[in-house]
Design a protein around this ligand. Sequence first.
Ligand SMILES: *Cc1c(COP(=O)(O)O)cnc(C)c1O
Length: 498
Amino acid sequence: MNNQNKISSDSKIATAGLIFEEPVVFELGSPGRKAYSLPACDVPEIELETLLPADEIRGPIKELPELSELDVVRHYTRLSQWNFSIDTNFYPLGSCTMKYNPKINETLARLPGFAGHHPISSDDDSQGSLQLMFELQECLKEISGMDHVSLQPAAGAQGEFAGMLMIQAYHAAQGNPRKKVLLPDSAHGTNPASATLCGYKSVQIPSNSEGLIDIDKLEAFMDEETAAIMLTNPNTLGMFEKDILKITEIVHRKGGLVYCDGANLNAVMGIVKMGQMGIDVLHINLHKTFSTPHGGGGPGAGPVCIKNILEPYLPKPVVEKKGHKYILNYDRPESVGKLKVFNGNFGMLLRAYVYIRTLGPEGILEAAQSAVLNANYIRAKLKDTFHLPFTGASLHECVFNDKGQGITTMDFAKELIDHGFHPPTVYFPLIVKGALMIEPTETESKETLDMFIEAMKSIAKKGQEDPESFHDAPRLPKVSRPDEARAARQPILRWGGC
Ligand SMILES: *Cc1c(COP(=O)(O)O)cnc(C)c1O
């Protein structure tokens, strides 16, 4: 409780506005209190010990809280109010595309025919769900320009892993699985992790002074032991790899394949087709680009899209249409296997399908254009206040840093919370020292962007005048500056720290 905000701990009041103090659940309740009442038993009671072996029966749990339904509802509702969410305010977390998730997605995902459909029903009893998956695959093929799609991966990172497994299977079938994977130094950390999980050695290609892949270095590094390049387009600086055709040509010439991390598809959907740029594998984050809720660890959906040459290796089962019937095809002898129980996170697929069908081709294009417009509006308004390490054209996000500021990037992030904004992505991409990566997304209005721009400018001004005053920011939330690494690795979930 030593991280309590100043307002409540100094004055010992129980609330900050309408945000209440909240003890851990173990401190609540009272012995014998219950959240349920059952009718009297109408059959004789039998001791559990007579039914189960002793080692199957757990002992009593010490200090388990005993609570009423109201205790539980209020506790968790109050805790939920401590969270920042896209439904409460602007969330410009770069690379994560925290766009608003339209409520119609939620309404349709709750249709009883989908929500109550058992995942091990037969194909005959699952025609509606299979049709939806098949049509979503068709939509993603159209948007990406790729030949086949697997909806199974549960996250972008798993889509990458699936893609790299297919690349490895392809090279193995040519007689040599190869040893290395090339990665630009601006890559998201999941890229080298996926390559490493497949047993590949990651080789970093430095970016050039424009923040793009250095073509000469790529030429020098690319050889016949290199399985693939894993690039991101637009890259994590929000910039389009304008030499993409040259890059894919260099890699293909030596027999390598091109993996594209499509997490930033929000900037280019409806404008360019990755399949026409020489990309062989692409993953898409439905939970970013196609508005399914994310944050806090999931669930997500990271479909992987491929070219025909990789088709035999697709994860199984594959959703296919045979005549008028939709089926799950398990008869795939060269498949890299099954990645996820059942068919991945079906609820996410459904939400993405609703979003794509609601927008249609014109809406998808307009969303991308608006995302780029919003990011460039912020860039133009802040470029005289903040240093832009790379000055080339930005698409859907812009990356500033803290050069020349009176305070650090972390101070900006913390202070923004007191202004009611979620901080942008900070200290990423790693090639920008003190990076502040802002992605507004298309769903924000000019008024919201203007408020954010004003907040950034006023913090910068105060940072020059009184840098010391930032050390205790943020002052308004319940938790101010926790030890972030420890909070993630050793969360204290039980009172008493055990
Ligand atoms: C989010 C992201 C990923 C990883 O996606 P997850 O769904 O979080 O696993 C990979 N690359 C980039 C560029 C991303 O922004």
